[in-house]
Design a protein around this ligand. Structure first.
Ligand code: NDP
Ligand code: GDR
Length: 360
């Protein structure tokens, strides 16, 4: 039985990847941060009682900022594959916490690669690094592929740039099987609520049911290549099954604006939005002329990534990978799930309880 270690197992990708690897018969170990709440919602359906023998899902407390902890876990688990998904993954937040972001997102992968060396696992343990289309930042070529030059535009992207190159360097210097998956934005019903897609589907579902009045957004014209996380974790696994380690772009090859995403989500809910004003004071009105979307400049970034569009030809040609979920299917699934949770909140409210109502 193969053994995998996933950092960031409580995140969106971690949950989908853990599910995939368990289906494939792996013993899956995950690193989870200590928090004041359980914070395992995304993997609760996979949870196994720690008192049961022969578990195939094991969680370890750990943190990307603690090298001793990472070495000890890797020594105990002796993994065949490490998927390094843990990161402070929010671009806007990285402007507020740049040093912590560098510690977790740049030094974290270095700590794991060093642990592999210190423990003499260079020939045993394969390493996947969650690299990102944010590396392209101020884009130098459209569409972006493996050979497109990088130009990072945030502390997050700068930290991920170090992580990308240290993975390449340890591959070349020490023969470690290390790969970078350069993944473009991927979403799902498990997406964190403060990323733009989930923020939109969650808010519109709540507006539809009268639980919220307005959705506040930043740059509506930003263009992204959005895929489904379920399709993308398959590629993370495939990358580690090849005879030679290589880096791959994972994307759909299709691009939409944030405004397009709002329109598509609204349409799923039977709403139609008309847009007025310009980019700093734009509003979106429903069929009755009520403003339900507003631009709030607090969500503008000090340096923005205006456009991203990936070329996944290498993944297709070498690994036979193609995304399965279309943009419309992705939006529909996210809206469907957020409508269900809005309906739960509506019920709770009807019975006199206060429903969760936090917006960011
Ligand atoms: P999430 O933000 O959903 O998950 C991040 C995970 O990392 C969570 O489990 C989080 O734990 C954990 N984590 C954060 N900081 C630490 C730390 N210091 N120590 C240990 N664990 C930590 O991200 P996604 O699942 O969306 O993304 C997975 C990876 O892929 C990330 O590295 C991200 O940067 C990268 N990426 C994502 C893309 C996307 O579109 N989703 C695209 C390209 C790259 P907790 O639950 O406790 O917060
Ligand atoms: P991104 O995702 O920065 O691409 O990083 P996000 O969904 O945060 O932003 C996408 C685009 O939408 C614009 N935007 C807003 N963004 C947020 N979060 N909130 C808003 O209200 C809002 N309004 C407009 C942003 O300015 C941006 O242009 C994600 C993360 O998952 C990274 O970890 C990953 O590396 C990249 O995708 C690829």
């Amino acid at each position: 039985m193969k053994r995998a270690l996933i950092t960031g197992i409580t995140g969106q990708d971690g949950a989908y990847l853990a599910e995939l690897l368990l289906e494939k018969g792996y013993e899956v170990h995950g690193i989870k941060r200590r928090a004041s709440l359980f914070n395992t919602d995304r993997i609760d359906h996979l949870y196994e009682d720690p008192h049961v023998d022969n578990r195939r899902l094991v969680l370890h407390y750990g943190d990307m900022t603690d090298a001793t902890n990472l070495i000890r876990i890797i020594q105990t688990v002796q993994p065949d594959e490490i998927y390094n998904l843990a990161a402070q993954s929010h671009v806007q937040v990285s402007f507020e916490t740049p040093e912590y972001t560098a510690n977790a997102d740049a030094m974290g992968p270095l700590r794991i690669l060093e642990a592999i060396r210190i423990l003499g696992l260079e020939k045993k343990t394969r390493f996947y690094q969650a690299s990102t289309s944010e590396l392209y930042g101020l884009v130098q070529e459209i569409p972006q592929k493996e050979t497109t030059p990088f130009y990072p535009r945030s502390p997050y992207a700068c930290a991920k740039l170090y992580a990308y190159w240290i993975t390449v360097n340890y591959r070349e210097a020490y023969g470690i099987y290390g790969c970078n998956g350069i993944l473009f934005n991927h979403e799902s019903p498990l997406r964190g609520e403060t990323f733009v897609t989930r923020k939109i589907t969650r808010a519109l579902a709540r507006i539809k049911l009268g639980l919220q009045d307005c959705l506040y957004l930043g740059n509506l014209s930003a263009l992204r290549d959005w895929g489904h996380a379920r399709d993308y974790v398959e590629m993370q696994w495939l990358m580690l099954q090849q005879p030679e380690p290589e880096d791959y772009v994972i994307a759909t090859g299709h691009q939409y604006s944030v405004r397009d995403f709002v329109n598509a989500a609204a349409e799923e809910l039977g709403m139609k939005i008309s847009w007025h004003g310009n980019e700093v004071d734009e509003t979106g009105c429903d069929q009755n002329g009520k403003v339900i979307v507003r631009v709030d400049p607090r969500y503008f970034r000090p340096t923005e990534v205006e456009t991203l569009l990936g070329d996944p030809s290498k993944a297709h040609q070498k690994l036979g990978w193609k995304p399965r979920t279309s943009f419309q299917e992705l939006v529909a699934e996210m809206v469907r799930e957020d409508l269900k949770s809005a309906e739960r909140d509506e019920l709770v409210k009807k019975h006199g309880y206060k429903a969760f109502d936090y917006h960011e």
